[in-house]
Design a protein around this ligand. Structure first.
Ligand code: FES
Length: 356
């Protein structure tokens, strides 16, 4: 079926100055060219342009304030403060504040840039004719000229308030990343050098408590070949710093026939073959949990460091660089196991300075 095309239903051509052809019967899909440019209010009204400039600057200033609020959040809100915010319910005040302020800071930069482009930058459409990929000198010079013209028309140099507030907001946003370093946690300082056992002394010993039953442990109940996990009496699971403390205080209790012990100093720190070692691997700090009672080897599941508990927890395999620290233990008048001091070395990863 033939379709009649008349001049009346062809698109009207504009922008003949760009050299586009008007559609005809011979070429009904000819490029209609660009529509005529409609000046915006800000193009013809300098007061409207100044108002738009102030609006854009205001957005950039709000961004700067939000970034300052982001940083201030770290000072204002404790890390564990919980607040109720409708409709989210209970949320971390710090996380909520960080999210809101960073979101506002980034949004305002984006909104300001869009508003600037839509109201103040030139909106003249320019056709880009297809050309060989490699541009000749004339085209390159033309591009440079266009870039300069665009830069001049954007008002970046002329509108100093816009330029300065944009630079200010862009310069402040990266500071948010700097304060995020705090989330790596506090510097450990000397915190690993002393554990909850450091309060123990010969005159004021600390009883060992079974980690599972939460009950004091009698030496006579520890059978040869067994492995038991223990903690200091008074360290309760509902304590606010339980995780921090147990990561340093956790004990691995084994009982080995005294005649099988190869290290005299280690045997002396124990009680009748009962030895109390740190449960924290000296490689990078995983909790050790595997024990082979025939060989007295304890194995760290993370990178397979293996410690000989009959030989002062000497490393016999794997990447750990130091033996497991050992706790001096004995029994009280009723036969309960007690500690009389801290570990013989700082607990934790080997890369730590180990001498006290
Ligand atoms: S943490 Fe134990 S072997 Fe790596």
């Amino acid at each position: 079926m033939s379709h009649e095309i008349s001049d009346d239903n062809l698109p009207e051509a504009h922008g003949a100055s760009h050299g586009h052809e008007v559609a005809s019967h011979d070429d009904p899909f000819a490029d209609p060219g660009l529509p005529a440019h409609e000046p915006r209010r800000t193009d013809i009204d300098e007061r409207a342009a100044q108002r738009a400039e102030r609006q854009v600057s205001l957005l950039f200033i709000v961004s700067m304030l939000a970034t300052a609020g982001f940083i201030a959040s770290y000072v204002i809100f404790p890390i564990d403060k919980i607040v109720t915010i409708w409709p989210l319910g209970e949320v971390s005040a710090l996380n909520f504040s960080l999210g809101m302020t960073l979101g506002v800071a980034l949004f305002c930069i984006g909104a300001g840039a869009v508003h600037w482009a839509r109201t103040l930058m030139s909106d003249h459409e320019l056709p880009a004719e297809r050309h060989p990929i490699e541009a000749d000198d004339e085209v390159r010079n033309d591009v440079i000229e266009q870039f300069r013209t665009g830069a001049a028309e954007s008002g970046f140099g002329r509108r100093k308030m816009l330029r300065n507030t944009l630079i200010g907001s862009m310069a402040l946003v990266p500071l948010s990343g700097v304060v995020l370093l705090r989330d790596l946690g506090p510097l450990p300082g000397k915190s690993l050098e002393h554990t909850g056992w450091s309060k123990a002394s010969k005159t004021d010993p600390i009883p060992l408590v079974n980690m599972n039953t939460n009950k004091p442990m009698k030496a006579e109940d520890i059978v040869v070949g067994s492995l038991t996990f223990a903690k200091p009496e008074g360290l309760e699971e509902d304590a606010h710093d339980f995780q921090v403390q147990i990561a340093k205080d956790a004990l691995m209790l084994v009982r080995i026939q005294p005649e099988d012990l190869k290290d005299a100093k280690s045997a002396e720190l124990g009680f009748e073959g009962i030895l109390a070692y740190s449960k924290i691997c000296t490689h990078v700090g995983c909790p050790i949990s595997l024990y082979e009672q025939q060989t007295h080897h304890a194995l760290c599941p993370c990178h397979q460091s293996t410690f000989d508990l009959a030989d002062g927890a000497r490393v016999i395999f794997g990447p750990a660089g130091h033996p497991l620290p050992q706790l001096k233990i004995t029994v009280d008048d009723e036969g309960f196991l007690v500690a009389t001091g801290d570990f013989d070395e700082p607990v934790g990863p080997s890369y730590w300075e180990r001498s006290r």
